[in-house]
Design a protein around this ligand. Sequence first.
Ligand code: ADP
Ligand code: MG
Length: 272
Amino acid sequence: MKLVVRGISFSYKSVPALENVNFELNPGEILSLLGPNGSGKSTLLKCIDGILRPHCGVVYINGAAASAMKAKDLSKVMGYVPQNIGSSVFPFTVFDVVLAGRKPYIGWNISDKDIEVVAETLKLLGIENMASRHFNELSGGEQQKVIIARALAQQPKILLLDEPTSNLDIKHQLEVLDLIRNLSRSMGISVIMAMHDLNLASRYSDKVVMLKSGRIFAAGAPEVVINEENIMAVYGVKARVYKLSSGKPHVVPIESTPISGDVSVKETPILS
Ligand code: ADP
Ligand code: MG
């Protein structure tokens, strides 16, 4: 589904958090939201999902205003995975946590179709062997997959992920992002994810939006947006940006205060 975010502004009481945010996303595309802590990434995801109601602006899904849709209908097309889900307590089995994703579809009773979708989703993520385990007893990486499975059980066409890899080691970061990219490509799901790691965003995104104090500072393809000037302007960090053979940018921050005695680091680009 095509998602258009048009002129979104939002304030918490009198504190502005977002100002005039605009972008578009096509089916099957992955967009990363970048920007320092407090720049408005989570607020923007919540405005798109309708958890927060923007003061100005409209979110269009295939040309229809999302705010005019019933919550139940909206949750059939849009899945949302909040930040820091690992710290939430779900005293349920993995199967039940994922089944909760079927809420928009469940009437008075759970149908065979719901059970089938949950089983298929668990299989898709390779976690069917965990179905009867307790969510709270899983590792961070496993929990992250279960929460993504819960969002996917909604069978959404748009998936919003708030820092999906923040608590994961490098192997699980790649595993989760590979999975998201494969699902996005194979099922035409549009993905918006808030990311801190510029290199992972560069590697997995078709588009990036860099936020600074609630405004879009730069937007476009990773190779256009992720550059030394923008990183300095938005994060206040001096970095070298190298080009990988894939054409994607790779960010290496430069030591601001050299550690005394550490003279072995040469600034030779090791990447072609
Ligand atoms: P990010 O996800 O990029 O770290 P947030 O969207 O969480 O940024 O926050 C954007 C701004 O809104 C920050 O200044 C933050 O302090 C403020 N903010 C976030 N949540 C609330 C809230 N519930 N009440 C008041 N201010 C908030
Ligand atoms: Mg956040």
